[in-house]
Design a protein around this ligand. Structure first.
Ligand code: 8GT
Length: 133
């Protein structure tokens, strides 16, 4: 098996039930694709702490671990590494999301999630999220 890569991702859900997607910048692997905000879990970090850090760095929003609910996970082999990534949902945060690292942000209705071009690991997650919301 390729090396395990641990990451964590979060679906922020707004009051209208829309999901926040972030577009990966061109020049990064999978540039241009739409993903859930998040990133790699550092050594010694919990998934929740990694997400709180990443959401602050990427979006300038603050979340508390108590507001993060895990709903699904991706287990996907890219050839180069095997990604293991829990997906959390979060309905309560502080701050207004800004694209500090993403090329763009989009608030997406659950029924439209599958029309966004996403990394392969995300497609089953998006389908589960759509069915859940
Ligand atoms: N954040 C995030 N990463 C994802 C998703 N789907 C997916 O395959 N990944 C992969 O998970 C890994 C971690 O993501 P990342 O590149 O955002 O992590 P990071 O911010 O720590 O990266 P960097 O510091 O190397 O730029 C990457 O290989 C990324 O391609 C997703 O929905 N959200």
């Amino acid at each position: 098996m390729s090396k395990l890569l641990l990451a964590a991702a979060c679906a922020l859900i707004d009051a209208d039930g829309r999901v926040l997607l972030a577009q990966r910048p061109e020049g990064k692997p999978m540039g241009g694709l739409w993903e859930f905000p998040g990133g790699k879990i550092a050594d010694g970090e919990t998934p929740e702490a990694a997400l709180a850090r990443e959401l602050r760095e990427e979006l300038d929003v603050d979340v508390t671990p108590a507001c993060l609910s895990p709903i699904a996970f991706a287990s996907h082999d890219s050839g180069e590494f095997h990604l293991l990534m829990p997906l959390f949902v979060c309905r309560k945060w502080s701050g207004r999301p800004k694209p500090l690292e993403a090329a763009a942000l989009a608030w997406v209705r659950p029924g439209e999630l599958m029309s966004y071009d996403m990394p392969p690991a995300d497609r089953p997650l998006a389908a589960q999220l759509r069915d859940l919301l």
